[in-house]
Design a protein around this ligand. Structure first.
Ligand code: ADP
Length: 457
């Protein structure tokens, strides 16, 4: 049954912040129509002008970062300082896209004897943008900026967990862009489903693999273009010659930051048996010191989980692992301080691939460690997954690290560091972690279609 309202709940206290009306079928169709009507004028607006308006929006994100940061912390529990930082960084994301657009959208001219061919990068049309809640401003921005700069018009559906943050993003862009260029619909899966089946030309999506596959199916009716970023099950390989302190620190922070609700969280760690016990002792200390609590408390390192449902899923994965022979070193329990959806930072060891927590995406504050006998075994296990988003390798032998990195079936691999990469390069998953990619000059071109005009000189 279609919901009429979403309860926008603060995960730090379980209280309803606001009841948000879900868009009706009529409203969804009207939003698509408005986007369609605005397309001709927006797509013919010179890039310089589109960029000027987007820059005005970028400035507003900086101006409003405290207000939006507060909405984020209230709606999904993120640490307030991270929420403000994320909102500030959106301005840089927009500016990076403005720079990339100059290159990505340039008309190219080819000549062959007397023949001239112009290659134009033209916008696709109306783009549905559907996003998750874990990075509630930066994820939408990463799709909105290239879509809009390329000259498409947009119908944006934020996650049902962050509707007010979504509305704030919409309000900023809508204040600066011509009417109808960006449109907002609110709701959960039913609204998303209606939107992807409506008269649109493209769907850009960040979320679960399950919904990504639904979208790919829905896109076939009109051969709608798609860009999908679908999460991961990132492996971390720690070889016997790794800088063990540095690796342990990364394991803790990479697994627990944002309460483990990051598509490139460290989800499974393969550690050489020769350093396994020492590594666990260091990680245990880090996990036990990882303070959790309300996101407004400056001393806290992670906030509550986004929802009761998400917490249940993670606790059940932990219980299932323990029932099947894993060792719970610390944590594992739900904690209801102030009626919030907290979960203790958790460390599990003695794991293997038969445990659900080593194969399903967990999206919670759990560090999972499996002992391995060799590099080859670690690589084999790392690749034994339908996901292929991020991965890291830890060894003091850089050449060996780079060799192993090339063998790992992931889109983004860090050697002795996280996946942080040079700006302007794409955010990309292989295998079932994505279809297309986000960011970069090439990434922006996915929001266009090449068209040729040929004539003699
Ligand atoms: P998450 O659990 O991380 O939010 P989901 O893939 O469930 O991941 O949701 C991501 C986004 O996709 C949300 O905005 C959600 O409302 C939307 N969504 C969920 N189901 C569907 C669907 N069947 N069709 C279109 N959008 C959907």
């Amino acid at each position: 049954m279609k919901l009429n309202y979403i309860n926008d709940i603060n995960p730090a206290n379980g209280k309803i912040i606001k009841k948000i009306k879900c868009s009706s079928s009529k409203e969804i169709q009207a939003a698509v129509k408005k986007a369609r009507n605005a397309f001709s004028s927006w797509s013919n607006t010179p890039l310089k002008e589109r960029s000027r308006l987007m820059e005005a929006a970028a400035k507003d994100f900086i101006k409003e970062k405290e207000r939006i940061g507060k909405l984020i912390t209230d709606e999904m529990g993120k640490l307030y300082k991270s929420a403000v930082g994320e909102t500030h960084s959106v301005a840089y994301g927009i500016r990076e896209s403005i720079e990339q657009a100059k290159e990505a959208l340039k008309t190219e001219k080819y000549t062959e004897e007397n023949l001239i061919t112009e290659l134009h990068r033209t916008p696709i049309g109306v783009c549905a943008i559907i996003t998750p809640w874990n990075f509630p401003v930066s994820m939408p921005e990463s799709l909105l900026s290239p879509a809009l700069l390329a000259g498409n018009t947009v119908v944006f559906k934020p996650s049902e967990n962050v509707p007010l943050t979504g509305e704030a993003i919409y309000n900023i862009f809508n204040k600066h862009l011509p009417a109808g260029v960006i449109n907002l619909v609110q709701g959960a899966d039913e609204v998303g489903s209606e939107l992807i089946h409506s008269d649109i030309d493209m769907i850009a999506f960040v979320g679960s693999q399950k919904v990504g596959k639904i979208i790919m199916n829905a896109a076939s009716d009109k051969l709608k273009r798609i860009v999908l970023e679908l999460g991961g099950k990132d492996p971390m390989i720690v070889l016997k010659d790794a800088d063990i302190e540095k690796a342990a620190k990364f394991a803790v922070n990479g697994s627990l930051r944002n309460t483990g609700q990051v598509c490139v969280s460290v989800e499974r760690i393969y550690v050489d048996e020769k350093i396994h016990d020492k590594f666990i002792r260091l990680v245990e200390e880090g996990v036990k010191n990882f303070k959790y609590g309300n996101g407004y408390d400056d001393s806290v390192m992670m906030g509550p989980m986004v929802s009761e449902e998400q917490r249940k899923n993670v606790v059940s994965q932990v219980k299932d692992a323990v029932k099947n022979g894993a060792k719970l070193v610390t944590g594992g329990k739900a904690v209801n301080t102030d009626n919030g959806y907290y979960m203790e930072p958790t460390l599990l060891t003695n794991l293997n691939n038969s445990h659900r927590i080593m194969t399903d995406e967990t999206f919670g504050p759990v560090v999972c460690i499996q002992k391995v006998k060799s590099e080859d075994e670690a690589v084999k296990l790392a690749n034994d997954s339908p996901f292929g988003l991020g991965a890291t390798v830890w060894t003091k032998n850089k050449k060996k690290g780079l060799d192993i990195a090339r063998k790992i079936e992931s889109g983004m691999i860090g050697v002795n560091q996280g996946i942080g990469s040079v700006s302007g390069t794409p955010w990309v998953g292989v295998k079932q972690s994505g279809y297309g990619f986000i960011g970069s000059v090439e990434g922006m071109r996915q929001f266009t279609v090449p068209r040729k005009i040929s004539y003699s000189g």
